[in-house]
Structure formats: structure tokens, C-alpha cells
Design a protein around this ligand. Structure first.
Ligand SMILES: Nc1ncnc2c1ncn2[C@@H]1O[C@H](COP(=O)(O)OP(=O)(O)OP(=O)(O)O)[C@@H](O)[C@H]1O
Ligand SMILES: [Mg+2]
Length: 357
């Protein structure tokens, strides 16, 4: 008997982030949510072989022997290693497929605003290699706004601040268009770097990325005086003696380490606010801004930004998935890939001819 589903290609929304990759399959929901990491065994000739992706590969970061390269193929929101990105995406699609049994698929992919032609082609190439038959790109701030049900089609100010691993994106939207936007590389990775540098300077201790991440996600507090001081044990290698050492750091240390980064994010948001017309400035006082991305999970970051900017912050229930859910919403709303939701709103989508295979 003919299977009608086999004639239709499925639709997949993808958030290919610097820190995490997420996939949403139509009628299934979120099927992949894993670190954007891939491990390649170079000892297997001629070109090496992918031995792990996602959580498994992430657990190898900083711990692998020389013949295994553990790669983060996305940096600052853009693909920097196309082969590794293709391999990672293919594996994730394969994993998703084993659950949902789809074959060819159409993809909506969230990308940073202002992505270059070269960067967008790298994303398209990776998705094509993973089996996508039609690809459309959607700016991630727009996707976040859709994911949080902001009224982007109305003549009101919808502002998004998305703090991810590699980039912080700020955009103000009105009437389905982006009125002003800015992107900065100050985000989760740079905060981790700042923590590593601080601990080296202050405690003579070299620590790995995973310990900086642990310190940030467990004791960081953007208003350190407002809550109790939390502490965490950090392990690393003493700079002078070279032997392993354990130290105790607290919320105030972490704030001192990364307050410059957080204030740089405040400046980025301010510069966007300075660019918007006064009517929209008037709106944003009441409507506030949507805070998404993993950074939104930091204790009191919404409070700090809102105090500095003088406008309220709104944090969705799951700020890590807002972009993906918005891309999925745009995908579900489309009857075909010429829908105005994407073509009309996204600068990236307008500039890029969808790749048809
Ligand atoms: N509780 C927390 N406090 C501070 N930062 C956090 C917390 N939880 C997660 N993060 C950070 O959020 C970042 C990951 O967020 P997200 O998944 O939104 O990034 P991404 O979409 O992969 O990156 P990008 O959008 O920049 O390409 C990481 O840097 C992580 O350290
Ligand atoms: Mg992101």
C-alpha cells in the first residue's frame, strides 16, 4: 500500500548554536538538545572518523588523547569548521531520524543577525550534507520573538536580548521588521574566559573550560549583594608548583571576574535603544525586553539589565529553547517556503536564495 507520508518531506527547525544544537521535528517536538561538539579520531585514515557528538563528545573536551580532536564547529554563532559541522549535524539528524523516521526534510535554521554570505553558505552546506532538501534561514532574534509570542507584526516595540554561548544579539522589531539590531561576541564563552583569567591572576590556578562553566552556572549572580553568597570548589593546576590544587571561590569572585562582560552587554543593548525612534522608546518602557538564551538563566541577570537599562525584563519559562520554538512556529505556519513570515521579516532570508536540491 502507498504510504502518503513518503511523498511528503518532513519539516525540521534547527538552532545551530555555538554552545548547543537543538532540533525540532514537525509533529514531534524537540528531539535533540545537545552540546555543539564533535570528536574525530584522526588515527582512522584517510580523513579521520567521527567517534562522538553532543554530550558524549563534550565530556571529552580537554581530556582526549592526541589522536582525538574534540571540535566545537560553531564559534561566535558562525560555522568555523565546515567538515565538523556537517558531520555533527548529520549525526544529530540521524539520531532524530531513528525516532521520527523521516527521510528528506525541509529545514528552517536560526542564524545570527548580520551573518555574512560566506557564513550563511556554510550553514546551508552543512544542512544539505545532512539531507535537507530545502533550507530557509531565519534571524535568531526574530525566531526568539516568535517563540515568545511577541506581537512582532503590530506597530509596537518588541525588543529581544539573546545571550548565547558565542554571541549576544539585541534587536528591536516593529511591524514585522527589524528596526535596530546589534550583535557582540561578548556572551557565555567570553564570560568563561574571563573567569579563567581571573582565577589564574588571583589564585595562581589554571583551570579548564568545564570548571569555569561550572563556576558560572552554579554561583554567578548579577546582583551579588542581593542574595546570599554561594561558594564552589574549583580544581585545576597550580601555576608555579604545577601540582593539582583545589580552591574555594564565591559569588563575589565570579562577579568581579565577569562584570566587564555583563556591562559590555548593557552597552550593546543601550546602543540599540539609542537608535530607535522615540515612539518605540515610549513603548519599550511599558513592554520591556525579552531576555533569552542560556545567559538568561544567570541569577539576577534580568534584574541587573533591567535596572541598568531602566526597562523591565521578561524571561520566558525555557529561555534556552525560545529561538528553536520560534523557528518551529515559523516552519509550522508555512504552507510553502515563500511564506511572508520568513521572507518578509528576515534580512538573512531575503538576502539568501534558498538552496534547493
Ligand atoms: N545558569 C546559567 N548562568 C549563566 N550562564 C548560563 C547558565 N546556564 C547556561 N548558561 C550559558 O548559556 C550559554 C548557552 O546558551 P545557548 O544554548 O542559548 O547558546 P547558543 O545558542 O548555543 O549560542 P549562540 O546563540 O551564541 O550561538 C553557555 O555559554 C552557558 O554557559
Ligand atoms: Mg543561540
Amino acid at each position: 500500500m502507498l504510504n502518503l507520508k513518503s511523498f511528503m518531506s518532513d519539516r525540521v527547525a534547527i538552532d545551530l548554536g555555538t554552545a548547543n544544537t537543538r532540533l525540532y521535528v514537525q509533529n514531534e517536538g524537540i528531539v535533540i538538545d545537545e552540546p555543539s561538539v564533535v570528536a574525530v579520531d584522526l588515527a582512522i585514515k584517510p580523513a579521520g572518523r567521527v567517534v562522538a557528538v553532543g554530550f558524549e563528545a563534550s565530556s571529552m573536551l580537554g581530556k582526549a588523547p592526541e589522536h582525538i580532536r574534540v571540535i566545537r564547529p560553531v564559534r561566535y554563532g558562525a560555522i568555523t569548521d565546515i567538515d565538523a559541522a556537517c558531520a555533527m549535524l548529520s549525526r544529530f539528524i540521524h539520531k532524530a531520524r531513528s525516532r521520527s523516521r523521516f527521510s528528506r526534510f525541509q529545514a528552517v535554521i536560526a542564524v545570527p543577525a548580520g551573518i555574512s554570505q560566506i557564513e550563511s553558505h556554510a550553514v546551508i552546506e552543512a544542512a544539505e550534507a545532512a539531507g535537507a532538501s530545502r533550507i530557509q534561514l531565519l534571524e535568531s532574534t526574530l525566531a526568539a520573538a516568535l517563540g515568545a509570542d511577541l506581537p512582532i507584526g503590530e506597530p509596537v516595540c518588541s525588543m529581544v536580548v539573546d545571550i548565547g554561548g558565542g554571541t549576544t544579539e539585541v534587536a528591536v522589531m516593529s511591524l514585522s521588521g527589524i528596526v535596530a539590531s546589534r550583535s557582540t561576541r561578548v556572551a557565555g564563552d567570553q564570560m568563561n574566559m574571563a573567569i579563567k583569567n581571573y582565577i589564574r591572576r588571583r589564585f595562581d590556578l589554571l583551570i579548564g573550560d568545564s570548571w569555569a562553566e561550572r563556576a558560572k552556572t552554579s554561583v554567578a549572580n548579577a546582583c551579588p549583594q542581593s542574595d546570599e553568597n554561594a561558594t564552589i570548589e574549583i580544581r585545576g593546576r597550580d601555576v608555579t608548583s604545577g601540582i593539582p590544587k583545589v580552591i574555594l571561590i564565591d559569588t563575589h569572585d565570579i562577579w568581579e571576574a565577569m562584570s566587564d562582560q555583563i556591562n559590555a552587554i548593557v552597552q550593546t543593548a543601550r546602543s540599540v535603544l539609542e537608535e530607535i525612534p522615540p515612539e518605540l522608546s515610549a513603548d519599550v518602557i511599558d513592554r520591556g525586553f525579552l531576555l533569552t538564551g542560556g545567559g538568561a538563566l544567570m541569577t539576577n541577570l534580568g534584574l541587573y539589565l533591567s535596572t541598568q537599562l531602566g526597562i523591565p525584563a521578561v524571561i520566558p519559562v525555557d529561555p534556552l529553547s525560545t529561538v528553536l520554538l520560534g523557528a518551529a512556529g515559523a516552519m509550522n505556519a508555512m504552507t510553502d517556503f515563500s511564506s511572508h513570515i520568513i521572507a518578509g521579516c528576515s534580512r538573512a532570508a531575503r538576502n539568501i536564495r534558498p538552496a534547493l536540491v
